[in-house]
Design a protein around this ligand. Sequence first.
Ligand SMILES: [Zn+2]
Length: 375
Amino acid sequence: MNGTALQSFSNISASEVRNTVVWFSHIGIFKEVIAQGFDTMARGSSRNATARSARSAARRFRAVDGLAVFIIGESLRADALMVERRGPWSEALAKRLKLGLGIRFSDACAGGNATYTSVPRLLTAVDPTDGVGAAQNPTILAVAKAAGAKTAYIMNHESWVVPESGHDFIEKTSSMEHPAFDDEVVVALEGFLQRSGIGPKAAVLHLYGQHFNYQDRYPPQHFPPEPLDLDIERLEALRYGRAAEYGVKILLDAAEVLDKQTEPAFLIFTSDHGENLMLDHTGKRYHAGPISGLNDTMVPALALWNKPFAETGRQRVLAELISPSGITHRDLANAWLHLLSGAPDPLAPGNQPITWGSLEAGSGNTALNCRMLKP
Ligand SMILES: [Zn+2]
């Protein structure tokens, strides 16, 4: 244990968490900090922060009362969100948007095609070329905390991709050995809200999403038996589609939590990166491959809100995130902070659509214009 790790441990040992089950997740963050510390020493790399603390964020604004949720999906490609006639949840979400309780944005260019590239960039709202900032800066959740919000960091992914201590509520609902379905994340969010009272509250939820193996990401009883005559490409596409449809249910569950709040409440959702499927016939599978492409880099994005939020009119600025020139992960992170601040100014998106990746195998990562990506 080095000095930084020890300091991080003392930071997360606040008395209010010592006696709760949630405390075990703080231990999980601590373990991750140590593991990544060893990893960094061994590799001599700065792939990840070794001891990020919410307490290092400076106060940029004062958060308004209500609930702000940022949901990070996993491996959901742009064309897989809310597909017509795929299932009842896609239909219900489309209906909610029509009612004016949400908006789907233009598809976003992720900061990279791999989890450990894109999530640190998204959560720190840095330019994708700023690897040092992504590895060290406080997250947008830490900025929310500095702005006076009570904060919850809830993780259903197999590992803490961006470990950050110092939040009021930290819970990990899944592990590589015991993966949970993403509905656990919504249960944990409700647990946080029951403890938090009125005032500004902010939560980051990191989902397991549509991470391979796709058939393990949804409870099978929600779907009919798989047809027996599918070839391997169609079977993969069916399972991925089912995982994506179940992902829509999770968004609806989260929207139900927003609807239960008497204060203004909103969420912004995007995926960490996309996914390649065999049915694309590009020769690529999954994500994090050596060549960045449209399917693994472009992701869907949307916002949902409750009626008290709609009455504030703050959602109007979000129309700027429907743009023919496209939007980026960074635009979404900044929009979330903007809504949390309650500022009436326009959003002014238009960050350069850049991703951190490569167009050629073996050439090393660099800044790529997202418009140059091919399937
Ligand atoms: Zn990922």
